[in-house]
Write a new protein. Structure first.
Length: 263
């Protein structure tokens, strides 16, 4: 931390081994520990706790009582090995959000991308990977090693089981429990989650053409609604819809699944 124009409340505690850009605002009683980096244009509001090793990019807003970068909630973690948190640019992280660092046995890193809107009381566990432009409604929770891809929207109180993946442009209803991988571009809701068609509105709002939406709907019907075996359905999707990159990502997601696919 250098310079004289950093806007830091006198009650804030900043470790000498932290790196805070000169224009970062730090509120009352905030704590920024050793090994924390906070990028230019960011705001750390009152009573926030940031522990390292944690890298936070530019133009983030972190609201009161958020706690980022503490030890992974992993009973195997003994304080040794690689364990870090990386957060990109332009994120809004609301009150009482908790995001833990990664664990050495899970890759060592928790990663959150750019321009995410993470609402109050959400939890992102160790070794999770969150893309960009997502929305986590209040009290959404990710178990360890979970993945949420770009532009997904998790409804309030959505819970994602450890090691599960939620595809791009998925939207979930409130109180959804996800115990298997949810393919891109779908609506999912319930405990356990079931699929309710393609997220057509989300696709249109994100600039997908009518032809692309129609192709995704065709892939959905072939995989989930036909009586074809899964691999036969994937092969037919590839044969019919190879001109559409989004459909290719759908197929790749299914083939990469280790938890099984939510249907």
């Amino acid at each position: 931390m250098q310079g004289q124009d950093t806007r830091i409340h006198p009650s804030a505690i900043i470790d000498p081994d932290a790196s805070v850009a000169d224009d970062v605002r730090v509120g009352a009683y905030a704590v920024i520990g050793a090994g924390v980096e906070v990028g230019s244009g960011s705001e750390v509001m009152n009573h926030v706790t940031l522990m390292g090793p944690t890298r936070i990019g530019r133009n983030n807003r972190i609201y009161p009582y958020a706690s980022l970068g503490h030890d992974p909630q992993d009973k195997k973690y003994d304080g040794t090995g690689t364990s870090e948190l990386q957060i990109g640019d332009g994120n809004v992280i609301r009150e009482f959000v908790t995001i833990n660092r990664g664990s050495p046995t899970g890759g060592g890193k928790t990663h959150v991308g750019n321009n995410n809107w993470i609402m109050a009381y959400c939890h992102i566990a160790h070794d999770c990977h969150v893309g960009s432009n997502t929305v986590f409604a209040n009290c959404s929770t990710l178990g360890g090693h979970a993945t949420v891809q770009d532009n997904a929207i998790l409804g309030g109180f959505t819970a994602v089981h450890q090691f599960c993946s939620v595809g791009e442009l998925v939207i979930t209803g409130g109180h959804t429990m996800i115990a298997q991988d949810v393919t891109p571009f779908v609506n999912a809701t319930g405990n356990r989650a079931k699929l309710y068609g393609v997220n057509k509105i989300g696709l249109e709002r994100n600039g997908y053409s009518a032809a692309e939406v129609k192709a995704i709907e065709r892939a959905y019907r072939l995989f989930f609604r036909s009586k074809l075996r899964a691999e036969d359905a994937l092969q037919q999707i590839e044969q019919e819809l190879s001109d559409f990159p989004a459909v290719g990502r759908f197929v790749s997601f299914v083939r990469a699944s280790t938890r099984g696919i939510c249907r």
